[in-house]
Design a protein. Structure first.
Length: 347
């Protein structure tokens, strides 16, 4: 297959006085607009090497061209008025499934990947804590990754399924927010305050690894139990925490169905994210956490639904214990105890 995509985005801003008059203000993204063009070509092949072994392979070529224009280059004294970022990437993948028995399958895969710098990486100017200001970096290049996954699926007595998967990723030219300079200076005046400069940069390497476990059980035809657990760890080449790495998290759900009725009870949970596990550049919003980081949390949720004709009625209670929590990296407290009544229909 092949395809193409084009995206455009513009950004404007102004200040409003009490009289209603509007005045100039800087924008978060390039005020002259941005366009992004993508061209891609891909293929996939699947071969049944034997009754027990299936091989899948794929390849993709991608070309990306991003152009951003800055009309105002005086406020921050940028040494450029245009950013043009051209990247091309070729990635491949191979997946092997080996069926030991009718109840056990081993899966292993190796694949390469890429992530092109986007407008958020390249062109924004903003501050969220009045200490640091992020400025554009036109020299960013694409991240490249090598990935390995190993997993096993097991069916137990046709009533339960168990799977575990381990993954390991090495990212080359990883994009990370670091301290920087503009015109030889490490600080600029932003919104009336002198702030230290940060910008996204390509670092040599980063590492991400972890595992996920899933289990399901059906003791009788109308009763279902499912659960899952995810763990992930990420560090830079220097051993510093990588941003956007969530703490251990998971869910468990038990559901009973009878005729047209269904009732389910679910828990969702996340472990603690210690402050020393937050990234050093402040991307993960440590200021929105407690002094020790993000506390662990869990919620209990109950839902009942009834299906009739072409309609579905449901009523549920989420966060039954009315726990106060924030999901990792969120600046907003999640919902307390809340009730939902809904009616869905087709016509």
């Amino acid at each position: 297959g092949l395809g193409a995509r084009r995206q455009t985005v513009s950004s404007t801003a102004y200040r409003t006085a009490e009289s209603g008059d509007r005045f100039y203000n800087t924008t978060r993204y390039p005020d002259g607009g941005t366009s992004v063009s993508d061209l891609f070509l891909y293929s996939k092949t699947q071969l049944n090497l034997s009754k027990k072994i299936t091989l899948s392979s794929g390849a993709r070529f991608n070309y990306n061209n991003l152009i951003s224009t800055f009309l105002d280059t005086q406020t921050y004294n940028f040494p450029f008025s245009t950013i043009q970022n051209k990247t091309s990437s070729f990635v491949t993948s191979i997946l092997v499934n080996y069926r030991f028995t009718n109840f056990m399958t081993l899966k292993t895969s190796f694949y390469t990947g890429f992530r092109n710098p986007n407008l958020d990486d390249l062109g924004k100017v903003f501050s969220k804590n009045d200490n640091y200001v992020v400025v554009p970096n036109p020299k960013l290049t694409a991240e490249k990754s090598n990935n390995v996954e190993l997993g096993i699926d097991i069916m137990l007595k046709e009533k339960s399924n168990f799977s575990i998967q381990y993954f390991n990723t090495i990212i080359k030219n990883a994009i990370s927010r670091e301290s920087g300079t503009l015109n030889g200076e490490d600080s600029i005046l932003y919104d009336g305050e002198m702030m230290q400069i940060q910008m996204n940069k390509n670092i040599e390497k980063a590492y991400i690894y972890g595992f996920n476990i899933n289990y399901s059980y059906t003791p009788i035809s109308n009763l279902f139990f499912t659960s899952g657990l995810n763990y992930i760890k990420g560090t830079t080449i220097n051993g510093s925490p990588l941003s956007h790495i969530s703490p251990i998290n998971g869910h468990a759900n038990i559901r009973y169905s009878y005729n047209k009725q269904k009732i389910s009870f679910e828990t969702r949970f996340a472990g603690q994210k210690r402050k020393e596990d937050y990234d050093l550049a402040g991307v993960d919003n440590l200021e929105e956490a407690t002094g020790d980081g993000t506390p662990s949390w869990y919620t209990l949720n109950l839902c009942y639904s009834y299906l009739f004709s072409k309609s579905k009625f449901s009523i549920s209670c989420e966060n039954i214990l009315d726990s106060h929590y924030k999901t990792f990296a969120s600046a907003i407290s999640s919902s307390g105890r809340n009730f939902i009544i809904s009616l869905q229909t087709k016509f």
